[in-house]
Design a protein around this ligand. Structure first.
Ligand code: LMR
Length: 328
């Protein structure tokens, strides 16, 4: 059963992702790359838009541009610094040129589940990470959840050796490149909007992503199957420009901040439900899901976890220890 909030968000996303802003309202462009229907980021961005446009009507108006219709993730942060877009929520893998601290979130098998992710992000260390890019002009407003990643390819993946020699699309993150190299696979960084075509035409053989992205982009249609590895995290940072944010009237900034924080809490609390809906939707649409037993999964851990050592200096051994304590 959908909660009232889910129903509201779905109603919003079902009708239109764009708002009609009135003359005199300050427009906030929110750009993202995923679908809106059923997707954790799509739902959260639409709910933020809906609430701002209702509660700040006449003063502020949010326009959401989903599906990479305005920018890809590799363009949006520069556009934000130029003042062409005010908000975005790229995955934590896409801030490499701004900070290396988020690499902790890309390290394979760092978090055992989304509760552990939530607890780490809510800790003082996690909350401080929202300010990691202030010097570079970007401010984090909140972590938004998506979920744990699964592998898929154009052949069955059961043992890690099955991935050897295959080309995998990855997000532009050195950790993810190292992770694929640990599997003797060939990592191919590319934009999200190009992945379906690249899988379809054989430019790449496989990819890693969450259930909502695998369903939302229909990757399962052009892959042999999806292996439920839960091997890494894909989460988001909602970001804005420091200059723009600090230039807002204090009351406007406070109200936006309150709405953002309420939307974040509400939608992050619903993540397990949305994730499982998308997993089920893949099955209902005829996608093949392969589950691993404990021993089979451990084989992936053994091959991929050694990449932590390469990035310990970037993310901090103490941060890794803090994350592991939460997992315990
Ligand atoms: C990806 O590029 O695979 C993801 O970061 C897309 C997204 O925003 O979930």
């Amino acid at each position: 059963l959908a909660t009232a909030a889910t129903a509201l968000a779905l109603a919003v996303t079902g009708t239109s992702a764009m708002a009609a802003c009135d003359d005199g309202e300050m427009v906030i462009k929110f750009s993202h790359v995923t679908n809106t229907d059923k997707h954790p980021k799509g739902i959260a961005a639409s709910l933020f838009m809906e609430r701002v446009n209702a509660e700040m009507d006449g003063k502020v108006c949010v326009e959401v541009y989903p599906n990479s219709t305005l920018y890809n993730d590799d363009q949006v942060l520069e556009a934000m610094l130029q003042g062409d877009v005010q908000m975005a929520a790229p995955s934590l893998s896409k801030f490499e040129t701004f900070t290396k601290i988020y690499r902790i979130f890309d390290l394979p098998f760092m978090f055992k589940n989304m509760d552990a992710v939530e607890e780490f992000q809510q800790s003082e260390v996690g909350q401080d990470m929202k300010e990691a890019m202030v010097r570079r002009g970007l401010l984090g407003l909140g972590f938004w959840h998506n979920g744990l990643k699964q592998f898929s390819a154009n052949k069955p993946l059961v043992a890690p050796t099955d991935a050897a020699g295959l080309k995998f699309r990855v997000q532009p993150s050195d950790v993810l490149v190292a992770q694929m190299e640990a599997l003797d696979a060939s990592p191919q960084p590319m934009s999200f909007s190009e992945v379906y075509g690249a899988l379809q035409t054989g430019v790449v053989d496989g990819q890693e992503n969450t259930w909502s992205n695998i369903y939302g982009q229909k990757f399962f249609e052009v892959q042999d199957g999806i292996t439920e590895t839960n091997h890494g995290l894909l989460d988001y940072m909602v970001v804005t420009s420091v200059d723009w944010w600090e230039g807002l009237d204090a009351d406007i900034r406070e109200q936006l901040s309150t709405i953002m924080s309420e939307v974040t809490t509400e939608r992050n609390a619903a993540i397990a439900e949305v994730d499982m809906e998308n997993r089920q939707a893949v099955l209902d649409a005829g996608g093949v899901i392969r589950e691993l037993d404990a021993e089979q999964r451990q084989a992936w851990v053994d091959v991929m976890k050694p990449v932590w050592a390469q990035f310990e200096g970037d993310v901090g051994a103490d941060n890794i220890a803090a994350a592991q304590e939460i997992n315990a």
